[in-house]
Design a binder for this molecule. Structure first.
Ligand code: UT7
Length: 368
């Protein structure tokens, strides 16, 4: 995982908009959030991906597919996944972005699993990343207190046996598209002076409706994915849900009859990091020793679209705490440097080729 070092507390926010630490904590559970400074979604995704490659002790050249779940890509085009692919030197990988709002990472995880189960791919990198700080309206107290920036990544590898991802489900209800939306900047309302003046490039949310949707859909998704995996809700050792609001997590736990100890909660530190929240929570749970081999986990996301997604899995092994040989880390850092040089070289060669064509055209000769 990667989160920017810069921290914004509730008290900091209370100096910008009419709010208070007490209101934010009581209504959401959030105490602080990490806000990107010079980082972009791609740079945060690359940091998280490199950390995942190190933990798994994997070679970036072995990655078959890179899926980046984000609603805040660096550019509308090209995809953030391609920027990640380039920086990792993942020369054999396909790369694509996926936007399912805050459900994005769990959607991508389910799709990566299918890609592996089909036999088409063996090693898939799945990243959830978000830089929502540049999409929230810092004058709108009903949204700006909620969100934070960050990234989390996992590597999925083909393996035999009944562990790993057991079941998944994906859901959508586009009739709620307007409940959580960035109205302008796309083809419906391309950027114009008017869209900027009306602040239409910022995220807008009907918080109450999204809250009601989440408390209705998330318990059902958890029950359904557990059943698909041949489990009961009681068999679930840990639920890693999208970190939007502590009250949502408490309502879900109550509806399922599960104690809160079975839920990972870290939103007090990071706020709502959208597609990054589930992998960040997963990563912290692993680091804190909360996840042990043989345990059953459910990962569940919900958000813009409206969308929801759940994955049930059996944690098969502790990640390579077993020291990764230093030589491997050195090799990876050489590969990353080489990838950067390769890109510069290719860009230079392309510029020279274009220049050569122009010169030939100026001389009246057709380019060879
Ligand atoms: O990640 C995607 C999924 N997103 C979510 O799951 C978010 C779901 N929604 C929520 O978490 C909650 O609806 C919010 C935290 C966004 C809002 O909590 P709420 O309890 O639903 O508050 P509300 O919107 O009903 O507002 C209650 C009052 C309003 O004042 P009045 O109209 O009752 O006088 C708001 O103007 O709180 C006011 N308010 C604030 N007051 C102080 C709204 N934001 C703030 C604020 N500070 N930051």
């Amino acid at each position: 995982m990667y989160v920017p070092p810069r921290v914004l507390t509730n008290d900091d926010l209370a100096q910008r908009v009419e709010t208070s630490h007490t209101w934010i904590v009581e209504r959401t559970g959030i105490e602080r959030r990490h806000i990107a400074d010079r980082e972009t979604s791609a740079t945060m995704a690359i940091e998280a991906a490199r950390a995942a490659l190190q933990v798994a002790d994997a070679d970036p050249r072995d990655i078959d597919l890179i899926l980046v779940a984000t609603a805040t890509p660096d550019y509308l085009m090209p995809s953030t996944a391609c920027l990640v692919q380039d920086a990792l030197g993942a020369i054999r990988a396909g790369a694509v972005d996926l936007n399912a709002g805050c459900s994005g990472f769990v959607y991508a995880l389910a799709m990566a699993n299918q890609a592996i189960a089909s036999g088409e791919h063996r090693l898939v990198l799945v990243i959830g990343v978000e830089k929502l700080s540049c999409m929230v309206d810092w004058q709108d107290r009903s949204t700006c207190v909620l969100f934070g920036d960050g990234a989390g990544a996992v590597l999925l590898r083909a393996a035999e046996g009944r562990s790993g991802i057991l079941a998944s489900l994906l859901g959508a209800d586009g009739s709620g598209a307007d409940l959580l939306i960035i109205p302008a900047g796309g083809s419906a309302q391309p950027p114009s002076l008017e869209t900027v003046e009306k602040r239409l490039h910022y995220l807008r949310m009907n918080g109450r409706e999204v809250f009601r949707f989440a408390t209705r859909v998330v318990p059902r998704a958890i029950e359904q994915v557990a059943e698909k995996a041949g489990l009961t809700v009681r068999d679930i050792d840990l639920v890693i849900a999208h970190q939007a609001n502590l009250r949502i997590l408490e309502a879900v736990a109550k509806r399922l009859g599960l104690p809160m100890e079975r839920f990972v909660v870290n939103l007090q530190e990071y706020g709502n990091t959208s597609a990054a929240s589930v992998p960040i929570a997963l990563c912290e749970a692993v680091q804190n020793g909360r996840i042990q081999p043989g345990q059953h986990l459910v990962l569940v996301g919900f958000g813009a679209g409206l969308t929801w997604a759940a994955v049930a899995l059996k944690w098969s092994e502790a990640p390579a705490r077993l020291a990764v040989p230093r030589f491997h880390n050195l090799l990876r850092s050489i590969l990353y440097r080489w990838a950067a040089w390769r890109t510069r070289l290719r860009q230079l060669l392309r510029r020279l080729a274009v220049e050569g064509i122009r010169r030939a055209e100026r001389r009246g000769k057709p380019p060879s």
